[in-house]
Design a protein around this ligand. Sequence first.
Ligand code: NAD
Length: 355
Amino acid sequence: MVAPFVYTGNPARVVFGAGTLALLPEEIERLGLQRVLIVATPQQAAEAEALAIRLGGRAAAIFAEAAMHTPVDVTERALAAMAGTAVDGLIAVGGGSTTGLAKAIALRTDLPQIVAPTTYAGSEMTPILGETKDGRKTTLTSPKVLPEVVIYDVDLTLTLPPALSLTSGMNAIAHAVEALYAREANPVITLMAEEGIAALARALPVIVPSPKDREARSDALYGAWLCGICLGSVGMALHHKLCHTLGGTFDLPHSETHTAVLPHAVAYNAPAAPDAMRRVARALGVGEAAGGLYDLASKLGAKMALRDLGMPESGIDRAADLALQNPYFNPRPLERDAIRTLIRNAWAGVRPAAA
Ligand code: NAD
């Protein structure tokens, strides 16, 4: 028997393949856009410039100052740069930071967005925007920030460095894992979550030694798309809350933090979510979820200890306190001592013990 559920799908047009960025002019036309702003990070400014040349007169301007965690002052500079340019659409080429900037501009202008993701973060499939102002990060959900069109071009991911490919892939897997035990879990998202984890788990061991392998890159990007839908469709729990808190409090890198925390958050929730654990383990092709996630990332060379990412030992208690503030849904109730142990284990980078 199928348990009762509620499913809400986010509207988005998705174009997937290799070389698909060549279809951007058609997609721009389809939306009836005349003058677009291209956003990127400073590191990917060259890609933005190449795109502007390709678009000719339809590229009104480039703003290549996107930064991690979507600082509001950067968004304000982008809005100022757009003033008087009659921009009627936004093009983002990059990872979650670039997508975040396009979303922040769309929130304030309602302009349509076409996003071409170059990492596995998944932000392009969500109506979620995290912004930082005066060192404080706030998160909002609004249909205004959901991109209208997403062009997944496998070729854009070939340059993603192996270490970042791995942690970005683990970041994507984390969305799917938490979707499997979400309060709003439903059969469609569960299918996507399992398939997303399996695609990434199969691709990452190939990509790390062979980052130009198109087949593995295609699998990984497909998995990232599915995991992004999971993130955008159901609520996240302890793992995402912890990463948000740790990242913000100790200024830790985003996908690397997800990689180190995920096995421990999963070990914590395992007793309360046996069906989700079975599905994660099956998708990974292992006997046990938490250890399987740890082995996948550590064997490929990811840093598994938060201390190696810059978190001080003295921060463990503070992080445990913060994780218990503002209660939120989690399959296993939040217990201070067990959460402290979880954070301590992630800090030290030990392999989680089987539940
Ligand atoms: P990122 O966008 O910060 O990219 C990291 C670096 O890699 C940047 O310098 C970027 O230019 C570079 N890069 C990206 N793709 C590349 C490629 N293919 N080749 C070479 N260099 C490349 O990293 P990220 O992990 O994708 O995004 C993290 C940010 O996204 C965080 O701020 C996070 O909060 C946000 N995020 C938001 C959501 C959401 O739904 N709102 C979801 C996931 C992540």
